[in-house]
Design a protein around this ligand. Structure first.
Ligand code: 13P
Ligand code: SF4
Length: 309
């Protein structure tokens, strides 16, 4: 819980160090409340590339902070919780990409940003959940090796049938654990509700969803939709911004439900307001990217920003 004193101290430290705080929707609410910008992976990379500052404190997981560093190589980027990592980012190997490149002449490797700097460097383009469909459809190649997430890859394959999308077997443990039984239970209790799912969810969840989109997309759908009830299939952290925006727009009659087994990303959950404040003050947890892969990874991220326009 943030006190007024903590907020004032954070504002003072930001001014003193010409620093900004970026936060993903899944980190603790008090960490989101100290941020200058809260967003999905795509929004956060765009901010990192354009913000005018000397330092970025990135309240999120490692691949997000690394992407910020790649897109802003001259800024200092810090992680309030340097051990916060995304397990899916490590579910792909350079050998698998090499083998696929040997098998197909006409191949693009589309790399979900939830991946290591090395895997980004070995890819043609990065994508996020909010732009993957658009980017894959705009690639000149017919064959697209989609790494590392099987579920997002499968969703993209369905949306872009003109491409031969080849899948890997990576997954997000938090989204994959969302149980259809629990979602159906809620659908039974609230028959008018719209199911809003992140494309990292398994296919059987996406099949019952009325809306599939990134974290920003889900928040927007809940705030702008005409329905009263929403069943949200993504990490519980998004509720903070949904509630905030519903209050701001006077829609307190809307109801947001999550599956009974609350989806929590254990890595994101370790990022707290106190750690953001400590990081602003002590400037620890500075992010470095492997110089062997930095240029290649930056190229794949910049191509994403270009193709997503
Ligand atoms: P978004 O890009 O939708 O914010 O998703 C990031 C993520 O890690 C989802 O689990
Ligand atoms: Fe990674 Fe899943 Fe956490 Fe997103 S929710 S950061 S994909 S583990």
């Amino acid at each position: 819980m943030l006190t007024e004193q903590m907020r004032a101290e954070a504002a003072r430290l930001k001014r003193q160090n010409n620093a900004i705080v970026l936060a993903h929707y899944y980190v603790q609410p008090d960490a989101q409340d100290l941020a200058d910008f809260v967003g999905d992976s795509y929004g956060l990379s765009r901010q990192a590339a354009t913000m005018d500052c000397d330092a970025i404190v990135f309240a999120g997981v490692e691949f997000m902070a690394e992407s910020a560093k790649l897109l802003s190589p001259h800024k200092h980027v810090y992680m309030p919780e340097p051990t916060a990592d995304c397990p899916m980012a490590h579910m792909m190997s350079p050998d698998a990409v090499e083998r696929m490149r040997q098998r197909y002449d006409d191949l693009a490797v589309a790399c979900y940003v939830n991946s290591t700097t090395q895997m980004k460097a070995l890819s043609d383009v990065c994508v996020t959940s909010s732009n993957a469909v658009r980017i894959v459809s705009r690639l000149p190649q017919k064959n697209v090796f989609f790494i590392p997430d099987v579920h997002l890859g499968h969703y993209v394959a369905q949306q872009v049938p003109q491409k031969n999308v080849i899948l890997n077997d990576g997954f997000c443990p938090t989204h994959e654990a969302i149980e259809l039984r629990e979602v159906e239970e809620l659908m039974g209790q609230y028959p008018e509700a719209v199911v809003c799912a992140h494309p990292e969810c398994a296919q059987w969840i996406l099949d019952v969803a009325g809306y599939v989109g990134s974290t920003s997309g889900i928040i927007k759908r809940c705030v702008q939709g005409d329905e009263k009830d929403y069943i949200v299939c993504t990490v519980h952290g998004v509720l903070h911004q949904i509630e905030r925006q519903l209050a701001q727009t006077g829609q307190t009659h809307k109801r947001i439900y999550f599956p009974r087994t609350t989806p929590i990303c254990p890595n994101m959950a370790r990022v707290t307001g106190q750690k953001v404040l400590d990081c602003l003050r002590d400037r620890t947890g500075e992010v470095q990217v492997d110089p062997r892969w930095a240029d290649g990874a930056r190229r794949a991220l910049e191509r994403m920003l270009e193709l997503a326009k």
